[in-house]
Design a protein around this ligand. Structure first.
Ligand SMILES: [Mn+2]
Length: 324
């Protein structure tokens, strides 16, 4: 698919991604807006109207993804029938408030790499083998219209979804495209640091606390850590500051499963579970009315006995690992 020929002649174009947009969704939407603006005014001399609809997204992405001048908020106040609506990094199901505009559009185009996407729209370009929507989107572009800002936006998406080219979804083609993007000369080192690795002071203190409180169970195959609301408060930590803690715990040598438990409000606890591959933590979370993926999941606990809850989780981990 070449995205330019799909929208040729469109005077009005809307672009959107999923709710709670991540680096791949924001990067893809803004890269595409900049690309179409450039390529279509170059090809026809007439600039189309391009509106991007996205929910609010984290500061680290705001600092590092160009093209935000195209964002018009979460949705339009009035009913607009766009000539084309391009939906990225999701199917219709997670589109959020812009779904009304999607339904009104004359032509709907869907580009995504999620295996769960049934292929929504009049034209769908879905490839679950791809690391990211940004990688797939690059394949639909004419490289001569890709400039430095577009390259940087696409790179942020690829970095986000591959964990900086570490996850198994990284292919040879992923690295080839990344190499082509780097040639545009943006400060990739700073971008990666700010988008992926940088933490606030509070996040660092919380991570330190969680690591120093960590305990091994099941002969070192399960690692757990608990932080109560008093500790959260004394650090000035909010619930978004706990991101990344269970992923750090699972990196411990010999550990097959990690559980990080924190108290969000008095007596209400959230558990974040990670697996190294041998344990299905989605199944464990489901037993406690939670959910997620095989290697990353979450559930809640209400009560005054977090240790009792951890022992129940421990039993389920032991069962899966065949430890009696
Ligand atoms: Mn993605």
């Amino acid at each position: 698919m070449k995205i330019l020929s799909e929208v040729l002649g469109s005077r009005t174009i809307a672009i959107s991604g999923h709710e709670k947009p991540d680096g791949d969704a924001v990067g893809a939407c803004l890269a595409l807006a900049m690309y179409l603006d450039r390529a279509m005014s170059g090809a026809t001399g007439a600039r189309p109207r391009i509106d991007v609809y996205l929910e609010n997204f984290p500061e680290s992405l705001k600092k590092n993804i160009p093209g935000q001048q195209f964002i018009r908020g979460e949705t339009a106040k009035e009913d607009i029938a766009y000539d084309a609506f391009i939906l990225l990094d999701t199917g219709k199901g997670r589109l959020g408030k812009a779904e009304r505009l999607y339904d009104l559009a004359r032509r709907r185009i869907n580009i995504d790499h999620h295996i769960s996407n049934p292929g929504d729209g009049d034209v769908a370009f879905i490839d679950p083998e791809r690391s990211s929507t940004c990688e797939l989107l690059y394949e639909t572009m004419d490289p001569s219209f890709v400039d430095r800002d577009i390259a940087q936006a696409l790179y942020v998406g690829m970095v986000t979804d591959t964990g900086v080219f570490r996850y198994s979804n990284t292919s040879g083609r992923t690295l080839q495209i990344a190499a082509l993007l780097l040639e545009h000369g943006f400060d990739f080192s700073r971008v990666v640091q700010e988008v992926f690795f940088e933490k606030t002071y509070v996040q660092q203190k919380l991570m330190g606390r969680a690591l120093s409180e960590a305990a091994l169970r099941l002969d070192g195959r399960l690692i757990t850590s608990v932080i109560d609301s008093a500790a959260m408060k004394s650090l000035g930590a909010r619930k978004e500051d706990i991101d990344g803690i269970s992923s750090e715990l699972i990196l411990t040598e010999g550990v097959d499963c990690a559980v990080f438990m924190h108290e969000q409000s008095a007596g209400f606890w959230r558990l974040s579970l990670r697996s190294g591959g041998k344990v299905d933590v989605a199944a464990i979370a489901q037993d406690f009315d939670g959910g997620g993926h095989v290697r990353a999941s979450g559930c809640s606990y209400s009560g005054a006995d977090p240790e009792g809850m951890l022992r129940m989780v421990e039993e389920k981990v032991a069962l899966q690992l065949g430890i009696v």
